[in-house]
Structure formats: structure tokens, C-alpha cells
Design a protein around this ligand. Sequence first.
Ligand SMILES: [Zn+2]
Length: 273
Amino acid sequence: MVRKELEQYPVVNVKTDWYRVSELPHKIYAICEPYHFQEVISFLILGETSAILLDTGMGLEPIRPVVSKLTDLPVIPIMSHGHFDHIGGNYEFDSVWGWPAEATVKASQQDEIFAEDDPNIQPDAFERPVEIENYCRRAYKLNPLTEGQEFDLGGRLWKVKFIGGHSDDSVVLYNEKEKLLCTGDLIYPGPLYVKTGLKEYMDSCEKLAEKFADFTLICSHNIPLADGTLLSRVATTFGELCRGMLEGEADCRGRMYYRNEDVELLIWPGIRD
Ligand SMILES: [Zn+2]
């Protein structure tokens, strides 16, 4: 679904009917995949001498030709984390920077995962017919990121910060000068997936809220830009949840869903406290 919030940004024709590319402010392109229920967004962040590609999407169609239509600059691929919807095109690049959690290193070496192996790549996951028989997730070379690592794109400096709660390999990227924070899957408008630890997720949000409240958030699902004040609203919601102040409901997969004004949480069963 192409959300109305996306329509305010100019669309760039990249000659594909799978990706929808929006030109955001801040010299950033949002490479959206609106026809899968996850509505994942990869970002191309331009500098003067190089560009960051944050995530490589689902891998339904190659992303590299799309990126080549958007820039001639050398591209540095970085993944926000290793979930399937962020790494599909990793194999198209010589190597990809990512947080080297044990499971991520192992997963990067797995080759040939087909649609039939993944419940997320089934026909009912898509808004329209998709040739899922061509889907294949491939191995890729992982370059290990370190805390505080810097990427200088020529006039634009981005730093890496590890954050727990959504996965054990999630990072955010931030640009202090321009007050921009790429939140990956930790924070975005829509239900947040709490998959590793409740306390960890809350701590991450509190830490980010302290430092980045006046930043613009660049978010990896649904709607690409959000206000930094969302960070503290999410942290507050976690606090209320931990104090038993929120009432949730279970879904058919045993996940608990909570809503607190514009913040939604979906808590996986069996996660760490
Ligand atoms: Zn995701």
C-alpha cells in the first residue's frame, strides 16, 4: 500500500514496478517496497564523495540497478540489522557492513533460501501477485561494524551506534551536524516488533530519547520520516507497560499487542525480560 504520507515527496522513476522511490529532504532517497505487508524502506544517503545504502530490501527484485539510477557515487552498503526484509540484496554487493552478532555471521553464510523456506514470502504476504518462484536469498560477505564507527561521505559524517531490543544486531546511524537519526526497526510509525528483550528495548529508547529528541528520524518501515519526540513517547509507553499500566491483547501467534496513543507495541512470546 502506498501510504498517503509518501505522496508528499517527489517520486523518482527508476523503471521498476516493485520499488517506489521517493526523494526526501536531506539528500536522501527512500526506496520503498509498499506491496509487501512489512512495507520496508531502504535508504540511499548521498554525500559529496560517496553514498550510504542503508539496507538492501527484500530481494524480490535486484536493488543495485535502482541505486545506479539514483547516483554515480561509490556506494557503501550498511545494514540496520539482519532480518530478511533488510538484507535481500546484500549479495549484489562485494560486502556489506553489519553488526557481527553470532547469529548474523552465521546467517550471512547461508545460501539459497527460497520462498518455500520462508513464511514471510508467501502469496498472501503481498498486496498483488508477485513471482515468488524467482525469490532466492543468498549468502553475502559481512564487514563487522564497531561501536562509534564513522562513515565520512565527504561533507557528511555518519556514526554507528548499537541498540538492543528489536534484534541482537541492530544499529542506528546518526549525523550530529544535520540532526538526522536512522532508527532502523527500533522506532518507526506503526507497531514496533519487540523480539529480543523488553528492558533492553526500553533502555535503547530512553538512551536515544536523551540524545536525539530534536533530531529527524529516518525510519525503516511504513512512513520514512518522523519527529524525534516519538522516541520519548515510545520510552514512556515501555515504562507504563513495565509498571502494568497498559492493557494488551494476544493475537493468534501468542504475541501481545499494546497501544498507547500513537505508539503501538507487538511483543513476541518468550523474549528476555
Ligand atoms: Zn524490518
